[in-house]
Design a binder for this molecule. Structure first.
Ligand code: SAH
Ligand code: DHB
Ligand code: MG
Length: 221
């Protein structure tokens, strides 16, 4: 494969256009210190989320799956000064680390980490009337990806952007007989999207410093 080349080109782009600031670096250091596998998006993927956030004029962003807040920060940095992002995290340890980190970040006052299972927090958010979100980033557990996406549509407006990470999984989505629950989860979403008439969507493959994967990029009609 061209893994080495993809990695070098990814670093080339990041060095030009997706330089990390001290807040990004701090999140990654926390993951290393705490020996938590680094499932954060890459710098270039973070920059893509920023570009998309600005494309839809995002003032109200929702994220499902915080980990330590790396992607949260990239999106928060695209917000206007009166914008905010809510990020949902089920793991108590991850949520605490994310909260501790975010508090010290430049955009900390615009970030709210909500601890709990995504499906129950999403219901809470709807009950509180916090929608519509201009942008929603889905990056939590994979089996309920379709349910997360349906929630994202419900909490959106025409023109909102919905992004879902890890929907290609090194090409494992090609295996229709897969018994991997993560693969089955994203296949279920991808297939559903092909018949969904209320959004315009595509999937981009992602290669580089992270494993080969892909992101759904969708806009709500
Ligand atoms: N978006 C992050 C990476 C997220 S990794 C970034 O790019 O920086 C996936 C996260 O989803 C993990 O922290 C995991 O604990 C969380 N998660 C898993 N299942 C969840 C659920 N049911 N509800 C909310 N969060 C969940
Ligand atoms: C997994 C989850 C992620 O969000 C990611 O970016 C990479 C891998 C996983 O659960 O396998
Ligand atoms: Mg991911």
């Amino acid at each position: 494969m061209n893994d080495k080349l993809f990695r070098e080109v990814d670093l080339y782009i990041a060095n030009l256009l997706a330089k990390e600031n001290k807040d990004h670096v701090q999140v990654t250091e926390t993951l290393t210190q705490e020996k938590i596998p680094n499932a954060s998006i890459s710098p270039n993927q973070g920059k893509l989320l920023q570009v998309l956030a600005q494309t839809c004029g995002a003032k109200n962003i929702l994220e499902i799956g915080t980990l330590c807040g790396y992607s949260t920060l990239w999106m928060a940095e695209a917000l206007p000064s009166d914008g905010r992002i809510i990020s949902i995290e089920a793991d108590a340890h991850h949520a605490r680390l994310a909260k501790d980190n975010v508090r010290q970040c430049t955009r900390g006052h615009q970030i709210e980490i909500r601890e709990g299972q995504a499906l129950s927090i999403l219901k809470q958010i709807e009950e509180e009337g916090l929608e519509p979100f201009d942008m929603i980033f889905i990056d939590a557990d994979k089996p309920p990806y379709l349910e997360y996406f349906q929630w994202a549509i419900k909490l959106s407006r025409a023109g909102s952007i919905i992004v879902a990470d890890n929907v290609i999984r090194g090409g494992k989505v090609l295996d229709a007989q897969s018994i991997d629950e993560k693969v089955i989860g994203v296949q279920r979403l991808n297939t559903w999207l092909s018949a969904c008439t209320t959004i315009t969507a595509t999937i981009i493959q992602t290669v580089g410093v992270k494993e080969h994967d892909g992101m759904v990029i969708a806009v709500v009609k």
